[in-house]
Ligand binder design. Structure first.
Ligand SMILES: C[S@@+](CC[C@H](N)C(=O)[O-])C[C@H]1O[C@@H](n2cnc3c(N)ncnc32)[C@H](O)[C@@H]1O
Length: 399
């Protein structure tokens, strides 16, 4: 007998309501990994929870739930039927990298993301609730995997983050005790688990931060733990109508590849994209800027122009591409505004933001507009990561 994932959720009164909730992570990771030797990491905790409601579970015949519970995944992006490789998704956000790697046949064996609302989006689409704070996760409890993916937080490295922190008199980069050190959590897990390869992603500005010192430390740390590193800044504009440059750091285990992986970053397709191709029809008037906000943005831009700097709103040429969508888009939408005839410009809808990052339209957006803007602004141009992932897999296959 099998059961739909949505029915199981309903019967278990399954809801992500707390940042620190890991029980649902155990349970869903257990459901996702039935036959690959990974479930041992999750089994005892998952079963404890299933026991709590055992009397309600009339659909299972004995305590070995998994053997009797082939789940019908009624979610948009279920795990592959036959996995070609295994990966982990750290700082997972809403799964832009997971989507890319699943499309390549990858089975995700572990996920971490601490934001409650991102977890809700992740579960609605992938049927899995990520574990929380990565700093509290013991590397021994992470299953083996071929590829580790991590888009570690960029606040301490981005220009906006740095100038704001400078003005607040706060440290940034590795001196920022809460954010900058997260890179070392990534390094700690790589060193212990020794994936064949990893893929790290961050803002372009990471390369020049602190006169290149931050990036040098990152590279040296990864080289010292025995990985051969390949880095490149790539722009999402080759896959979607958005200018989005990111530094991509790929590493291959020297013990496995002996520096002979022959990895090359994918060639960027020449295709030109236009923002008008991702716009929705009949957009709700709530996305049109109020007179007050539109006047404010115009005044603000004038002031900055007079001072000789180029800040301001980005009224988009519909036949061209947009500026980079950021996590602060929910505030005023200033960086990407859509002109409208006879009306004030409007901001993008959450669905248009999803498209701007290359998410297909069946990607479920279960959260408020504000949360959705933050989530898509933090995410990645997923098809770019699929192209990069393909090259990594090719190297692993050859090896
Ligand atoms: C740049 S975003 C990565 C987004 C992701 N690549 C995607 O496609 O959506 C970084 C993510 O790290 C999460 N994060 C920050 N600190 C964390 C921590 N200590 N443990 C787990 N997740 C954390 C943030 O909530 C954020 O979603």
């Amino acid at each position: 007998m099998s059961m739909k994932y949505s029915d199981i959720k309903e019967r278990l009164k399954f809801e992500v309501v707390k940042e620190t909730e890991n029980n649902l992570a155990y349970l869903t990771h257990y459901f996702q990994n039935p036959k690959n030797g990974v479930s041992k990491y999750y089994k005892s905790n998952a079963e404890k929870q299933l026991y709590k409601i055992y009397d309600k579970l009339d659909f299972v015949e004995e305590p070995n739930f998994q053997a009797y519970l082939p789940i019908k995944w009624d979610i948009p992006f279920p795990p592959p039927k036959k996995a070609k490789f295994e990966f982990v998704d750290l700082f997972a956000g809403i799964g832009g990298i997971r989507l890319a790697f699943q499309n390549l046949g990858g089975q995700c064996v572990f996920t971490s993301e601490w934001d409650k609302f991102s977890k809700q989006t992740y579960d609605a689409n992938f049927g899995e609730v990520p574990f929380g704070d990565i700093t509290k996760i013991n590397e021994e409890n992470i299953p083996d995997h071929d590829i580790l993916a991590a888009g570690f937080p960029c606040q301490p490295f981005s220009i906006a983050g740095v100038s704001k922190k400078n003005s607040l008199g706060r440290a940034h980069g590795f001196l920022d005790a809460t954010q900058g050190t997260l890179f070392f959590d990534v390094a700690r897990i790589i060193e212990y688990k020794r994936p064949k390869a990893f893929l790290l992603e961050n803002v372009k500005n990471l390369v020049s931060h602190d006169k290149g010192n931050t990036f040098r430390v990152i590279k040296e740390t990864l080289e010292n733990i025995g990985y051969n590193i390949h880095c490149k800044i790539l722009d999402g504009k080759h896959f979607v109508p958005q200018h989005r440059e990111r530094i991509i750091i790929i590493g291959f285990d020297t013990r496995v590849f002996n520096r002979e992986e022959n990895f090359e970053f994918p060639k960027m397709p020449e295709k030109k994209f236009a923002i008008k191709d991702i716009l929705e029809n009949n957009v709700d008037p709530k996305y049109t800027l109020s007179d007050k906000l539109w006047n404010y943005l115009q005044e603000y831009a004038k002031k900055h122009k007079a001072k000789g700097n180029g800040f301001g709103f980005g009224l988009t040429d519909l036949s061209g591409i947009s500026r980079t969508l950021s996590a602060r888009y929910y505030k005023d939408g200033a960086e990407i505004l859509i002109p409208q005839e006879g009306k004030n410009p409007r901001r993008l809808t959450p669905r248009e933001c999803a498209r701007l990052q290359g998410f297909p339209d069946n990607f479920i957006i279960p959260v408020s507009d504000n949360q959705a803007y933050k989530q898509f602004g933090n995410s990645v141009v997923s098809p770019l990561f699929q192209a990069i992932g393909k090259e990594i897999i090719n190297c692993i296959k050859k090896q």
